[in-house]
Design a protein around this ligand. Structure first.
Ligand code: CA
Length: 227
């Protein structure tokens, strides 16, 4: 049994799936718009979200990005669009699996069980990373410096988290754009510079006197603890 959230605007599909998934022993909440779905996801912290891509108020892919910015809850995307580029895009945007409409509840239930079985990595709390006095908790999406909470935007958090997973190594701006921004490198590395300078300010340091964020000119940036 899992605690599921179904975000689907089609009343007939929603009712059918709700009944079928409940009959299979799941606790299921439902939302019929993207914004209601996001609120329910944050309030109820379901084990897994089933997300319809075609929603009236917001494209499902946008909602997926918003969900991914604040939670690691596994998401299965239900899509009527069975074209491969679309499927690749939703998987790249952070979906754990997808299912093409029309599908049966039995098929969806099998996908749900498979995603939940993957265990750690799919929705489980990842371990916190520490670099010197920095502690980055990817599960809770919080970071502290010498015990004090850092007030980071989702992007700043992702940037800091990625650098922490590669602590001690120089990470190129190209890698940051691909891994954190998920855009191909196109000379837009000013974006990285700007976010690095904001992050630096929040860590209470400057490029001239770095403690954690060390710029390696022409190569990239390295996160390492103070010597
Ligand atoms: Ca729909």
């Amino acid at each position: 049994m899992a605690h599921l959230l179904l975000i689907e605007d089609d009343a007939a599909i929603r009712t059918t799936l709700l009944r079928a998934l409940r009959e299979r022993g799941h606790a299921v909440a439902a939302a019929h718009t993207a914004m209601a779905g996001l609120q329910t996801a944050l309030a109820e912290r379901p084990d897994l979200v089933v997300l319809d891509l075609g929603l009236p108020d917001l494209d499902g892919r946008e909602l997926l990005r918003m969900l991914r910015a604040v939670s690691t809850t596994p998401v299965i995307v239900a899509t009527a669009r069975d074209d491969e580029p679309e499927i690749v895009r939703v998987l790249d945007a952070g979906a754990d699996d997808y299912i093409v409409k029309p599908f049966t509840a039995a098929q969806l239930d099998a996908r749900i069980r498979a995603v939940l079985r993957r265990g750690p990595g799919a929705g489980a709390e990842p371990a916190a990373l520490t670099v010197g006095g920095l502690r980055i908790d990817a599960g809770a999406r919080t970071a502290t410096l010498d015990g004090a909470g850092l007030d980071l935007t989702p992007r700043e958090f992702d940037l800091l988290h990625h650098l922490a997973t590669r602590a001690g190594q120089v990470v190129s701006k190209r890698e940051l754009l691909t891994e954190v921004w998920q855009v191909p490198y196109g000379g837009a590395d000013k974006t990285v510079d700007v976010h690095l300078s904001w992050l630096r300010r929040k860590l209470g340091e400057t490029a001239q006197q770095p403690r954690y964020l060390h710029t390696v000119r022409g190569v990239g940036v390295r996160l390492s603890g103070p010597a």
